[in-house]
Design a binder for this molecule. Structure first.
Ligand code: NDP
Length: 391
């Protein structure tokens, strides 16, 4: 029996709230807080049991601390934006409450995301005797657990990992992003990067691509990108030789993105317009559909998984583990689209792991550092069943 404070009432926040509400034996009390109270109210009206809501601007650590003191949660789930990670971690430190998130910190004025800022909290969290679990959505999150599962059950050594993320859905909009537009566009327009033999190699954005035949979807073109889970996985998988991340994009999305970049709409530095500073990407975000609004009528499937090669009993082994999720099924269950769903369900499961003591520790952790077994069981029970194949 535990009380959780969920911060962020967007597409992912709605899923986390619904899924916590479905598991009252663990989440006996739920508080949902966000910058815009109306968004919390809309979710409150949809969930299957009563929840408390509150307004908070999580950019200000003192507001989060005051809220934590008022509601006394056992765990804070941060599903707002990466910009708020450090202010919410500061509030958790001040009040002595455990912390969980889905995306690593990035400063608003620099499109650079890495774990360093949050790993730097290690000593302070240890001293305070509390736990922070970083990056538990699907990727990062489940992809890290898939690697831990492969290492625990199938491989003596893992040599290469290719994380492959395909969204073959159709939301009917000419251009929209499936999670927060600002964070999505910053991620996709960044330079690519992969790890090989102890070094990181940079590539021009989306310049390396190849087709892959995704289960229950078919062939799609996937593009090499940098993604945050690689930073912790290369540290935590002993002997890893190469790690890459791939994501699929449709031609329509890529064409719009190219035009927006060419005209300067993806810039993150302020531009003077009639005497006011405007950040073009923030303005663009205001024009684009909210991720949660894409859910109704969204058709098609996602497939996210890991292709892993290595050694078992002295012999080479190739292994693929993945989940397929259907947009329309997610809408039927909790009025969500599959990207929010595949992110929010693992966040709820990670919270469950922490609150039931299956995953515990003092300090700052990434998910692959814990026993994957109870998490893998919960994925099958909670809506994200996985499949593994030996190739
Ligand atoms: P949305 O834009 O739909 O939602 C973000 C929510 O956070 C909004 O309700 C927003 O409020 C709120 N918020 C923003 N700033 C603040 C603030 N200062 N204080 C309080 N609340 C704030 O995004 P998503 O739900 O799609 O994504 C949420 C997070 O999940 C992102 O960090 C994203 O990177 C991460 N993610 C992780 C994935 C993974 O697999 N690991 C995959 C997909 C997403 P308002 O409405 O007022 O702006």
């Amino acid at each position: 029996m535990s009380k959780v404070l969920i911060i962020g009432a967007g597409g992912v926040g709605a899923v986390v709230t619904h899924k916590c509400a479905q598991n009252p034996e663990v989440f006996s009390e739920i508080v949902l807080a966000s910058r815009t109270l109306a968004k919390c109210e809309a979710i409150q009206k949809q969930v299957s049991r009563p929840i408390e809501i509150a307004r908070v601007d999580a950019d200000h650590s003192h507001e989060v601390s005051a809220l934590i003191r008022r509601v006394s949660p056992d765990l804070v789930l941060n599903v707002a934006l990466p910009y708020q990670d450090l202010s919410i971690m500061d509030a958790c430190l001040e009040t002595g409450v455990d912390y969980l998130d889905t995306a690593n910190y990035e400063p608003p004025d620099e499109a650079k995301f890495c774990y360093k800022w949050q790993w730097d909290y290690q000593e302070r969290f240890q001293k305070k005797g509390i736990m922070a679990l970083l990056g538990c959505g699907f990727d990062p999150g489940v992809t890290n657990v898939f690697c831990a599962h492969a290492l625990k059950h199938h491989f003596d050594e893992i040599h290469t990992v290719d994380i492959m993320d395909c969204n073959a859905g159709d939301h009917g909009q000419p251009f929209a992003t499936n999670f927060n537009p600002e964070i999505n566009i910053r991620e996709v327009t960044a330079r690519g990067k992969y790890y090989e033999n102890g070094n990181w190699f940079e590539t021009d954005p989306l310049s390396i691509h190849k087709p892959f035949d995704f289960p229950r979807i078919g062939e799609r073109e996937m593009y090499l990108m940098y993604h945050e889970e690689m930073e912790s996985l290369v540290k935590n998988i002993p002997g890893i030789k190469r790690m890459r991340f791939w994501m699929t994009f449709g031609q329509e999305y890529l064409t719009h993105l190219r035009v927006l970049q060419n005209v300067g709409m993806t810039r993150i530095d302020p531009v003077k317009y009639q005497g006011i500073d405007i950040v073009p990407l923030q303005f663009l975000k205001a024009l684009l559909p909210e991720p949660s609004s894409l859910a109704e009528g969204y058709t098609g499937k996602t497939c996210i998984g890991c292709m892993i090669e290595g050694i078992k009993n002295g012999k080479p082994l190739k292994y693929y583990i993945y989940n397929v999720c259907d947009h329309a099924e997610c809408f039927k269950e909790i009025k969500a689209q599959a990207i929010s769903y595949t992110t929010g369900v693992p966040t709820m499961i990670a919270a469950m792991m922490m609150l039931t003591g299956k995953w515990k520790g003092k300090g700052v952790f990434n998910v692959e550092e814990f026993d994957p077994d109870p998490f893998m069981d919960a994925l099958n029970r909670c809506g994200l069943p996985w499949t593994e194949t030996f190739l």
